[in-house]
Design a binder for this molecule. Sequence first.
Ligand code: HPA
Length: 253
Amino acid sequence: MTNLHLTKLGIIGGTGLTQLADLTLIKRESLTTPYGQPSADFITGELAGKTVVFLARHGNPHTIPPHKINYRANIWGLKQLGVDNIIAVAAVGGISPAMAPAHIAIPDQLIDYSYGRKHTFFETEDYPVTHIDFSFPYNPKLRAALCAAAAQAGVAVTQTGTYGCTQGPRLETIAEITRMEQDGCDLVGMTGMPEAALAKEIGMAYASVSVIANWAAGKSAGEITMAEIEQNLHIGMANAAKLLKAYIAMADD
Ligand code: HPA
């Protein structure tokens, strides 16, 4: 279906996806990188007859908050294992009307509101000053393949959207979400950056499967509760897993 090489697919699982059910374990590796320790062991396994490398972004168990994730070590580790396509699954809040809880979006743009994170590989004398093109933060080919896989799996997805990355770990104020909406954000999450940019810096194709956990602040009555988030993620992540399975089954070896 695509000419993406599936032997080099990496999946980063977010909140609600600490492990990939149906992945038959081949190898579990603890890697050290020049940037320090990744979030968890890298799990190489087989799914739908193909090899996949899985990493739990927040650790397993889920203990690393978004601003403390070692994004550089995670991306470097995947690269070290030969991964060149990354599907990043993440829980998000829904801002625009189509982004209802438990729904899935495959964003095509992002705005970065995070700060203080180690956000580049290009900051030592090992590299010349480098400015990557980031017009298209998410790989169009990988996104198209994910949308085709969603159709095949019967999973409804919104095929575009702008992801706004906040610092967390707290959720946003209503005024912050109003500002983000005015900026053009459809979704709000805490882990999309610098992950996407780091992948691009070292030549990896990257796309996000954003699973909507709740209406963003001010978009529904009352406060956002963890119980609501967990309930929606339960449904949304099951659909994300279905989509991933279809993607893997459809992609070329
Ligand atoms: N804001 C930021 N990140 C999130 C949210 C939210 O409302 N829900 C899940 N991740």
